[in-house]
Design a protein around this ligand. Structure first.
Ligand code: MN
Ligand code: MN
Length: 412
């Protein structure tokens, strides 16, 4: 045991109890020694110094960590706002991958905006693509390995999933196109290295193209050197006509690739909010990615829990919240989140999410798994021999009896 570390931890714990007892430490109570230790709750009352003032106000739990935070845990938040925005005539896109958020090994995310008629080029890729429409409307297409077509329109609150290698497209519809989130089951995914139709055609010898399509010479004009990616297109006509033309005499794909997420009744609803669980059990087109869509009312808490089966990638759709991740070995860190932020929790690390704003907090929990799975702390503690729990936590039977005896998901 290192006496220095132990002594420092003792001082920190004492400071923590003082802070808890007093509600907060005043500026005057802070000594130079405490400042040098850098592990307590009073730094917010010091002059701002070299802070970025906008970030300072958005991250109160980094500026003033709760006294229960401790140790070195890598950052688990990255805002899409900081990502490079690739702007093209038909829309824009930006991504958060393992290159931005180092711990995010299992999942990467992309935001995309398309103008009315704007097309995300016909393409495919190895990871699965799970998507949530955040705003507006789009027409999506896909084809299954039986050669059968899927064409549908999606609106805000709808999700879709394109399995690995299934080619697909997304096109913005009137009146104002769309904005959506894409989630890929690989942290190393790169949205700028997908297989694009025009990129492939442009890199195939013209004689092969002629032979392949049964024409006397290549049927195509020269293609852009790196493909079209996102470009303005013709606003599509009625859905039924597009469907009929795409299906031909094969009929429609047996698998619907989209799902009306927000039209589904909540999986669980409490006074504090509601959750919808979507995985391979109720959305058959998504055997690779499981999701929970959570709405927390002001003051609501996504209860203390963990996930035995996968890392959790988060996207914050609306509102403000905070999350503490506990990583064992006395390591815990709290970070603040708001609209457009991504978060990440490694498999089995316990956490909670609290709504810290005055509006609903809406977020997604995403998993590289065919099924959703979590363990609720309350449910666990109330399904053990009671004396075992009492001996650990030094509480009375009466206190234990008051705990929720089931998984609530959202409190209160
Ligand atoms: Mn795609
Ligand atoms: Mn979770």
């Amino acid at each position: 045991m290192d006496d220095g570390i132990d002594a420092s931890r003792r001082r920190f714990l004492e400071l923590g109890s003082v802070a808890l007892a007093a509600g907060a430490i005043s500026a005057g109570a802070q000594t130079q020694q405490q400042v040098e230790q850098g592990e307590h709750s009073s730094s917010s009352s010091l002059p701002m110094g070299q802070d970025n003032s906008a970030l300072y106000h958005q991250n109160p739990d980094s500026v003033t960590p709760p006294p229960t935070d401790h140790g070195n845990l890598p950052a688990f938040k990255y805002p899409f706002t900081l990502a490079h925005k690739r702007v093209q005539p038909g829309g824009w896109t930006r991504q958060v991958t393992i290159a931005d958020l180092g711990i995010a090994k299992e999942i990467a995310g992309v935001q995309m905006r398309l103008i009315p008629g704007g097309i995300r080029e016909l393409h495919w890729h190895k990871p699965s693509e799970w998507s949530l429409m955040l705003y507006g409307n789009a027409r999506i297409t896909c084809i299954d390995p039986d050669g059968k077509a899927f064409v549908d329109d999606v609106k805000e609150g709808d999700i879709w999933n394109f399995p690995p290698g299934y080619p697909h497209s997304i096109q913005g519809l009137p009146p104002d196109g769309c904005e959506f989130l894409l989630v890929f089951d690989d942290g190393n995914f790169d949205e700028y290295e997908t297989v694009l139709l025009t990129d492939w055609i442009g890199h195939t010898p013209p004689g092969i193209l002629a032979k392949n399509f049964g024409t006397s010479s290549s049927p195509f004009p020269p293609m852009p050197p790196e493909g079209r990616y996102i470009f303005p297109g013709t606003i599509p006509g009625p859905l039924q006509a597009d469907r009929k033309a795409a299906e031909g005499n094969l009929g429609p794909s047996r698998l619907p690739f989209d799902f009306r997420l927000l039209e589904m009744p909540p999986t669980k609803i409490t006074r504090g909010g509601e959750v919808r669980i979507i995985d391979g059990n109720n959305f058959r087109a998504s055997p690779q990615i499981a999701a929970a869509h959570v709405i927390l009312h002001p003051g609501g808490l996504r209860e203390m829990h963990w996930h035995p089966n996968a890392d959790e990638w988060q996207y914050y759709v609306k509102g403000k919240g905070r999350m503490t991740v506990f990583a064992a070995g006395a390591r815990a860190r709290t970070m603040d989140f708001e609209q457009g932020d991504t978060g990440y929790v490694q498999q089995t690390f316990p956490h909670y999410i609290e709504n810290t704003g005055d509006t609903d907090l809406v977020f997604l929990e995403m998993f590289r798994s065919s099924y959703y799975q979590d363990v609720s702390l309350s449910n666990w503690l109330t399904h053990l021999p009671p004396q075992l729990v009492i001996d650990h936590l030094k509480i009375s039977q009466a206190t234990l009896d008051k705990f929720p005896h089931e998984e609530r998901v959202v409190m209160p």
